[in-house]
Write a protein that binds this ligand. Structure first.
Ligand code: HEC
Ligand SMILES: [Cu+2]
Length: 347
């Protein structure tokens, strides 16, 4: 009924090719749009109601019909009705919005993780396999992809309109967002937080590929070293391995298996070890004192770039057993002899 298919096609085509209604290219896009359309319809209904009553009352109570003003007392029933019905609608929107918010900002456990570093004025992406890209992000279609993001300078915001996904990228703290892209293609990436002179140039391409194309891209773009392998190198060269040897007698705690575990702290509290916790513990060790250790770890504030921090975090995340640390110890010794032979051992 109503709109003809041709007109409808024209309309949706015009809308999706304009900035008004970008394509829906992720699993949450349709859900975000549904909420948005609902809010929009509610607004229209409210507006229509108010305008209609305005016109009807102006005619019904015009001067010729009612030359003398009369006092009309209020009606409790009427007032209760127009309070309770909108309240119900607003609460409904709140619950719907909160549900969607938690869905969009809590990455599923099976997500693959990619790191994003924002800086004036570019987006750097770091894949676990060591692939780096600037102002671009290659992702596979149909997989849950989590972005762990941080800024190297000021506030930025990572926004992919076609995925209906956007998250602040701030200095000093990891933030995350996730999506599952539903259609191969190239989509816009924007910085949506004014971040200085060239803010408008802080844009890029999100390239969604079929899983096999993505695999081919991963294989062809590898730099030879994974993030964890870079981290292993840093761990040795920055002297971390001198204290974190993995022995019970070592000066620093054993880092194997701590990511995702609950750590007993010196003040009696317990802390979940996340990417963010690891980063903070390296930059500000005295504020993250585990039970049974003395605050002897030096701070590395200002000595490690955000990319270096990501490498270290990936390395520590991947430490499932002491075996790897022992390898690193071996690496740090052979490093001194021949830096080029920093053998990267894959367990
Ligand atoms: C002088 C010895 C020493 C060095 C060098 C050192 N650490 Fe530590 N580290 C410690 C001690 C002791 C603790 C526990 C007390 C604290 O947090 O201050 C610790 C805690 C940590 C923690 C928190 C985990 C936990 O169980 O509390 C991480 C992560 C960590 N170190 C990583 C590193 C990294 C990465 C480096 C190198 C960039 C490094 N450490 C260098 C001694 C050291
Ligand atoms: Cu920016």
């Amino acid at each position: 009924m109503g709109i003809s298919p041709v007109l409808w096609q024209f309309l949706t085509k015009w809308l999706t090719s304009s900035a008004l209604w970008p394509r829906e290219a992720s699993t949450v896009a349709g859900q975000a749009d549904a909420l948005y359309i609902f809010l929009w319809l509610m607004t229209l209904v409210g507006m229509a109601l108010v305008l209609t009553l305005l016109v009807v009352f102006s005619i019904k109570y015009r001067k010729e019909k009612h030359p003398n003003a009369i006092q009309i007392e209020g009606s409790t029933l009427l007032e209760a009705t127009w309070t309770i019905i909108p309240l119900g609608i607003f609460l409904f929107c709140f619950v719907w919005g909160a549900w969607l918010y938690f869905r969009i900002y809590n990455p599923p456990a099976d997500s693959m993780n990619i790191y994003i570093v924002g800086k004036q004025w570019m987006w750097k992406a770091e894949h676990p396999g060591g692939q780096h890209e600037i102002n671009a992000l290659h992702v596979p279609m149909g997989r849950n992809v989590q972005l762990t993001m941080i800024s190297q300078d000021v506030f930025h915001s990572y926004s992919i309109p076609e995925f209906r996904v956007k998250r602040e990228v701030i200095p000093g703290r990891y933030t995350t967002v996730w999506f599952n892209a539903t259609a191969a293609g190239t989509y816009h990436l924007f910085c949506t937080q004014y971040c200085g002179t060239l803010h408008s140039g802080m844009v890029g391409d999100i390239v969604v590929m079929t899983p096999s194309d993505y695999q081919a891209w991963v294989d062809s773009s590898t730099s030879g070293m994974s993030l964890a392998q870079n981290g292993e190198r840093l761990f040795a060269s920055m002297g971390c391995s001198q204290c974190h040897t993995g022995d019970a007698a070592a000066r620093g705690p054993n880092l194997a298996g701590i990511h995702g575990a609950k750590l007993k702290m010196d003040d009696g509290s317990t802390q979940l070890v996340t990417d963010g916790f690891l980063r903070d513990a390296i930059l500000n060790p005295s504020a993250h004192l585990p039970a049974g250790f003395k605050p002897i770890m030096p701070t590395y504030q200002g000595q490690i770039s955000e990319e270096g921090m990501i490498d270290l975090v990936e390395y520590i995340k991947g430490l499932k057993t002491n075996y790897r640390v022992q390898q690193t110890l071996g690496t740090s010794q052979s490093n001194q002899a021949a830096p080029s032979a920093s053998g990267t051992v894959i367990p």
